[in-house]
Write a protein that binds this ligand. Sequence first.
Ligand code: SAM
Length: 247
Amino acid sequence: MEAFGTALFAIDPSSASNSPPNDPTAMLNKIHPKRPDWYEELYALVTETCMKPYEAEIAGYKLQLFANLSGKANRILELGIGTGPNLKYYANEPGVQVFGVDPNMKMEKYARAAAEGAGLPQTNFTFKQAVAEALPLGDASVDAIVGTLVLCSVKDVELTLQEIMRVLKPGGMYVFVEHVAAEDGTIRRFVQGILDPLQQIVADGCHLTRKTGNVIAEAGFSTVELHQAFLSTASIVNPHVYGIAHK
Ligand SMILES: C[S@@+](CC[C@H](N)C(=O)[O-])C[C@H]1O[C@@H](n2cnc3c(N)ncnc32)[C@H](O)[C@@H]1O
């Protein structure tokens, strides 16, 4: 992994074509300024412990979805990797190298444990503090990008999708699961509108009312396969969209 990490970070600032368009550290500080330690620790702990029923319910979907990566993706970037609940689905193939980014450093210990549990050697796993709006990777440097429950939390969804397109190799895959706004005019959508400001406070910037499926569909991928699901364990945080897009 060292080689992978080194290759990704060895970006010559003078070589504009392979450099991130924005300085990742400056963007991290601007987009996701440091929260108090206790808040980041608590959010990481809550994510690790309280998401288990949700993860059990969504396991069947994830098994099918991540099977698409099998044998086709050697270098995989996960956006907003959090505690690493997806690693067990895609990181257990020999030689796979995983690069996880998340602005919350308190997630790292859980993600590393998840990587170990998935059988991914620590040398093949890099955790980097960064935001998805300015990825610390070169152009066309990964085979696949994974993102689950993260476009709800980024500051700028369009900019994130531009970064996904930049960093993916031609033909590379973007595999996603996201919760989105309920249909306009429904009671669920009404309640989401009321709870949205509170959700952003308690869940570190998570929005309930984004039409993320539409944004992914219009981001310029050559193909987008998009499905919808309702998960009983996610309550008001429904529906979900999931699928796979090719650059
Ligand atoms: C709801 S959690 C989901 C974590 C994990 N992907 C999962 O499925 O459990 C949202 C994650 O996005 C991260 N996050 C927030 N803002 C971000 C940004 N601008 N770029 C990348 N990740 C971000 C949070 O720190 C958190 O780990």
